[in-house]
Design a protein around this ligand. Sequence first.
Ligand SMILES: [Zn+2]
Length: 504
Amino acid sequence: MKGLKEMNRRRWSYLALAIAALILIGVCFWPGAKPAPNVDKASKDLSNYELSLSLDTVTQTLSGRLRLDYVNGAMAQMDTLYFHLYPNAFAKAETAPFPENEWSLAYPKGFSPGGIKISRVTAGGQPVVYAVEGEINTNLKVVLPAVLTHGERITLEMDYIVQLPHCEGRFGYGTDTYNLANCYPIACVYDENGWNRDPYTAVGDPFYSDMANYRVIFSAPESMVVAATGDLTKEESRQGVTIRTYEAKAVRDYAIVGSEKFQRLERRVGKTTVYAYGFTGENLERALDAGAAALRIYNRLFATYPYRQLSVVEANFYIGGMEFPNLVMIDTSLYGPGNEDWLEMVVAHEVAHQWWYQLVGNNEVKEPWLDEALTQASTVLYFGERYGKAREEVAYDAYLRSSFERIKLGKNFFPSGSQVVDRPITEFQNSAEYDSIVYGKGGMMVLDLRDQMGEKKFYRFLGSYFDQNVFGNATEADFVAAAREATGQNWDPVIQDWLKNDLE
Ligand SMILES: [Zn+2]
């Protein structure tokens, strides 16, 4: 009996070993297991932003102190640094980044000015010469005390105060939410074209930034519930104020949304917790469900999302949806009855930006199609993966083809008449034209590549584009190169035909 027991034990342990080996093989080779990029490793070479932000909901101001450990990641020497001061675009009605016909939506109570005032700048502990520059004062120039060579670091400190506008865009306060995005000095990108100091424009998402690490200490009234980029590492309340500390490694920007009305739901997807923040609870579960499903699908199709949290946040954001690292802002109107499909589409779209904009960045002013076309195509893929081919075709027609075909509505709607996808945001006459060409026709191009390459090669191409550009900024050339490398075929003529020529 002992022997038999021993044999059984041995047999069981062989079985256990075999099962473990199968699981291991499954984890390594199952198409669902795309590895996560290494955030810790990437974070070592990045600049470090330490932001202290204190929100005053009486004066509607944000007092800030930035301590920035800046690294020169460019292959050039720097004697000057440039920063974006996006809040200054909101100083005057003439420069506020909204199309005229959307004025009443952006400012439901009439125009309300915003801006940022810098009161102190030091570099390496010494006061330095600095100036607010740019056509609409959206740049800060800081003269360095000594030349910064490639890979060298310097510590800068800035004190500043931000006036929040009563505005329902990315930046400001609305009826129910404080949308605190683009509200600190963020370093401009230095690339082969030199400094990119583009102002804040009405059409598109006119942003371009490098990855960095953030430590943010945010003080706000105790009654406010807060959603933010990064992991909450500390929270303490005293005298009616709650001070929260967040840590975010390897992210492209930093955003906070606060509201006294927020309730919060959560769901786990792998190592990530997806949160849904919202007001009345109406369709909040649906937003959570779409966010979690999108994360699960894109983890499998592209690469595993390497962060611990992702927040889908209902906000007073009339434009619809907006992506930020670890956080997407979704307009409250989409949570209402009858808008369920739009809510799901916008959540799926904004979550896809976590791969195309956040992990793989690009110059959204110069080549806005690069992230938007990929993101809108990813949204169609989401519907296919979740509900099957028939639903994917409906999504393709609704979100790509019919969006593109609005071009047929003519010059009133579509002033330039140009079908060129590959142009900077400044060359699009209005948001309708931009949506139609960049999202619609651009997304059609991406899915045409899928159809022509076949699924296997297409996902190899996206994987290659992702792996080679993750934590960096990609260009059209990188997109074309990844397609060629992954398939052994030159797709440039196909891509250029879609990007530069008329479709019909
Ligand atoms: Zn988008």
